[in-house]
Write a protein that binds this ligand. Structure first.
Ligand code: ARG
Length: 332
């Protein structure tokens, strides 16, 4: 249209208006422009590809990748949605941080130790097909978990299992879910307020099954908290732990965590960060408990990779969702 071949004038008002008659575009310019455009597009694609690589990495760190297993190890994966992962990783990544620690192989949660359900009687497995999350029993009929584990699914998709040390759950007690209540501010893009309550079809009681109460305080920076779960024992691993793992980590100052995640995630008051060298929660641990003195202070939510230096695990601050949770349980 803008290319004037062998001196023919363009016709039509629009073109006549847009292009000054004495400086009509010439084919050469157009071709040059197109070449430039092609070059730029290629550049753009390279950048996108790069971002996608990063996204994949973060996503798998957070459990979207399918975890497969043998007969004994149920194949599991967490329910982490892609939205946040994309958001988290599409942004600038500090290269120094990226180089960090995941190569240190640890045999538990990541860097934890084996434990039995009797030490953590309030933890339950939350299964949806081959997907795994955890939760905590707040009352005999209510489980607190991460919203990202359940949002978008229906109650009948899930099975809750308590009183089990093992991943296969043969020693446990199973319940189904009758209703799901996702925290009002939760979005999988920002992972803010990552909490959900599940009402069980009937009370979950039995050997090594107990409840835990929600803490009414935010643990101080530096204080020790405990995490537990059947998630993978190494970043990038696809096999869940056959037995319950636990690790002790320390609360990170909110300001510090904000800086750590700057450009990747916004750390809000609904979040709580905690870490320890070589220890972290990982894929499959989501929804599980962060405790101190048998009080529930956090819910496993997300992280950049697992146990990477400079990237603490991010947990839902129970103190911030407590009022919401109390109301839901009272009215349902
Ligand atoms: N979102 C993960 C899950 O679905 C939990 C990730 C926790 N990551 C971490 N580095 N603390 O199981």
């Amino acid at each position: 249209m803008f290319c004037r071949i062998s001196g023919n004038k363009s016709r039509g008002k629009v073109i006549a208006k847009t292009v000054h008659s004495d400086m009509l575009w010439r084919c050469e310019y157009l071709i040059l422009g197109m070449l430039l455009l092609a070059e730029l597009t290629q550049l753009g694609e390279a950048v996108t590809a790069n971002q996608q690589r990063r996204n994949r990495r973060l996503r798998s760190d957070n459990g979207t990748k399918r975890l497969t297993g043998t007969k004994n190890q149920t194949g599991i994966r967490s329910n982490r949605r892609q939205g946040t992962a994309r958001k988290l990783s599409a942004k600038r990544v500090n290269q120094n941080k990226k180089a960090a620690t995941s190569s240190k192989i640890q045999s538990r949660i990541v860097g934890g130790t084996s434990t039995t359900i009797s030490t953590t009687p309030y933890i339950v497995q939350l299964r949806r097909g081959s997907n795994l999350c955890s939760g905590s029993l707040i009352t005999e009929q209510w489980v607190l978990t991460a919203a990202h584990c359940v949002k978008g699914y229906s109650a009948s998709d899930f099975t809750v299992r308590g009183g089990t040390t093992t991943l296969d759950g043969s020693d446990g007690v199973t319940r189904s879910v009758s209703s799901i209540h996702v925290a009002p501010k939760f979005t999988s893009k920002k992972m803010n307020m990552d909490a959900a309550l599940l009402k069980l079809n009937q009370s979950l009681t039995g050997t090594n099954i107990g409840t835990i109460s929600m803490g009414n305080y935010r643990p101080k920076a530096g204080s020790r908290v405990r995490i537990a779960g059947w998630g993978v024992t190494k970043e990038g691993s696809t096999t869940a732990s056959k037995t319950l793992q636990t690790a002790q980590i320390r609360v990170v100052r909110q300001q510090k965590c904000r800086k750590d995640y700057r450009g990747q995630a916004t750390i809000t008051k609904y979040m709580l960060c905690a870490r320890a060298a070589g220890k972290d929660s990982c894929s499959g641990d989501s929804g599980g408990p962060v405790t101190r003195n048998n009080t529930l202070l956090g819910i496993v939510s997300f992280g950049y990779g697992c146990a990477r230096a400079g990237y603490p695990g991010v947990y839902t601050a129970v103190v911030a969702i407590r009022q919401w949770a109390t109301n839901i349980m009272a009215n349902n």
